[in-house]
Design a protein. Structure first.
Lengths: 394, 130
């Protein structure tokens, strides 16, 4: 039975407004369904379901209704929108779409949500610490928070994340509890991983095999933050994985499972083969799924400096707005844009309204391939970042 | 016949059952304007869920599905109630935000399309008049 504190009860009884009541109904109902005994405070929220391309009018209606009297109680940021909120016209977004996307972002802003639209909130000021309880929705960020940071969150949906923001609490079940964070299958990686594309393929291999059991990954001696965000994105996309352990790299303690599987170089190459469409005509190159870090942008700026993007090819480097602002200050933005590539903030190739606009996508991201193929009907090729940029300019 | 389960969202309502043994995705699987199931090859393809006691094992698909239920409710085209074997978070949240009575942990194999069903979600009870 779920027990409520007096303030939580007041919210549920409608004494803190209509939106807060609805939010508390969501939290307590989920708590009852999943057998939670109590609610716990969250210190950070990240909301998914921001692109108008996914939300449509139904989602916008709900958000507008909640924004009538809803106000967030904790630090809350957003997932990517369907467009760069300030620079959409140059990226081929229609004025109609832009208007609707702005209505969505305005509804969130009215509730006090910080409208940094990014799938990597941890790179731009929404960074919980080890053990902290949070309510995040973006699947790759959930996996990063639970695994790499050691914070605690379930995979929230858009409405349940918003509900946590408006009440400041979530129900204590799932990944908030120690017993649900224990590794279940050991994966011995016997392969050399060279960059973000390889880590994405590893996430794909494990994701497709693990059937939501928490992996304990061994055999990786070194991984950058960028490698890990790529791994998290594809593990979540291909396997619904919300948490893994990695020997020597992730901070949470766990018993080491006996059940062991091996991931070989051949397994990774097979995964690459699945994402490489034969005869793909590449007219779209996108890096930044999940959103590119300032380090990645610096490297790409160097690669593009003095080069020109070929006719008939479109290049999107997608990132969070604060990262773009820093890229402008550092001169990376100019180097990228002078080549004819676009540094796009707030949005990404998975949630922008791109269906039918391109034939083939080359990217370093296994997750981006999934959405390009499914949602946008593009052919895909997955390559290291350097090769993606070479494809764009040579 | 009386079947006993668990409340997902409160409310009491009676209506005609629409039953499927396949999972339902509201996002992409149900037209948010008409309430008609549009998923290709689904048992309920072409059928409207509006006003029905909709019975299915569990939800599947994107979390945006919760919003589709909300849109249907706003235009009066939502199901009158939902009965699941095991509710998933997308349908649960959809019912909560749309105030659609819902019950799960019900032996749904015992319900038939077209029969009249009383749903007492407050007590988690589903009954048929036979």
């Amino acid at each position: 039975m779920l027990e409520l504190k007096p303030e939580e009860r007041a919210m549920l009884d409608g004494k803190r407004g209509k939106a807060t009541r609805k939010a508390m109904e969501i939290i307590t109902s989920l708590g009852e369904i999943y057998g939670a005994k109590r609610l716990i405070p969250v210190s950070s929220v990240q909301i998914a379901g921001v692109s108008y391309d996914n939300l449509g009018e139904p989602g916008l209606e709900f958000l507008s209704d909640m924004a009538v009297d809803g106000q967030v109680r904790v630090l809350t940021t957003l997932n990517p929108a369907g467009m760069d909120l300030e620079d959409w016209e140059r990226h081929g977004i229609s004025p109609d779409f832009a208007k609707n996307q702005e209505r969505v972002v305005d509804a969130f802003a009215k509730m006090g949500v910080m409208t940094t639209c990014t799938c990597t909130p941890y790179l731009v000021g929404n960074l919980p610490h080890y053990g902290e309880h949070i309510a995040w929705a973006e699947s790759s960020a959930v996996c990063f928070a639970n695994s790499v940071i050691g914070a605690r969150t379930n995979r929230e949906g858009g409405p349940s994340a918003l509900a946590a923001a408006l009440t400041g609490v979530t129900a204590e079940y799932g990944f908030h509890l120690d017993e649900n964070r224990v590794a279940e299958v050991k994966y011995e990686v016997r392969a050399i991983l060279r960059g973000t594309d390889d880590f994405g393929l590893l996430g794909q291999v494990i994701g497709e095999r693990t059937n939501k059991a928490i992996p304990f990954i061994t055999g990786i001696s070194k991984a950058t933050t960028e490698d890990l965000k790529s791994l998290c994105a594809s593990a979540a996309t291909y396997g619904g994985i919300a948490m893994f352990h990695m020997e020597g790299i992730t901070p949470s303690r766990t018993a080491i499972p006996e059940k062991t599987e091996v991931v070989s170089q051949e397994d990774l190459e097979k995964a690459r083969g699945k994402l490489d469409d034969k005869g793909a005509e590449i007219d779209f190159i996108s890096i930044g799924c999940p959103h590119a870090s300032i380090g990645e942008i610096a490297q790409i700026a160097t690669m593009l400096d003095g080069k020109t993007v070929k006719n008939g090819k479109t290049v999107w480097i997608t990132t969070a707005r604060p990262t773009k602002d820093l890229a402008v200050k550092m001169g990376y933005y100019d180097k990228i844009e002078r080549s004819g590539a676009f540094l796009v903030s707030d949005a990404c190739c998975a949630v922008a309204p791109l269906k039918g606009r391109f034939k083939g996508l080359m990217t370093d991201s296994a997750k981006a391939c999934f959405y390009a193929r499914g949602k946008n009907k593009f052919k895909t090729e997955i390559r290291p970042v350097e090769q993606c940029i070479r494809e764009a300019v040579s | 016949m009386k079947l006993s389960g668990r409340k997902v969202f409160r409310g009491r309502v009676s209506g005609e059952a629409l039953v499927t043994t396949q999972d339902v995705s509201f996002y992409g699987g149900c037209d948010p304007e008409t309430g008609v199931i549009i998923e290709k090859g689904h048992q309920l393809e072409g059928k409207s869920v509006s006003g029905k006691i909709l019975v299915f094992p569990t939800g599947k698909g994107s979390t945006v599905g919760s919003y589709v239920l909300y849109a249907l409710k706003k235009t009066g085209r939502a199901p009158a109630a939902i009965i699941n074997k095991t509710v998933d978070p997308v349908v649960a949240v959809g019912c909560i935000i749309s105030e659609i009575p819902a019950v799960d942990q019900i032996e749904i194999e015992k319900l038939l399309t077209g029969e009249r069903v009383d749903v007492d979600a407050d007590r988690g009870i589903v009954s048929t008049q036979d």
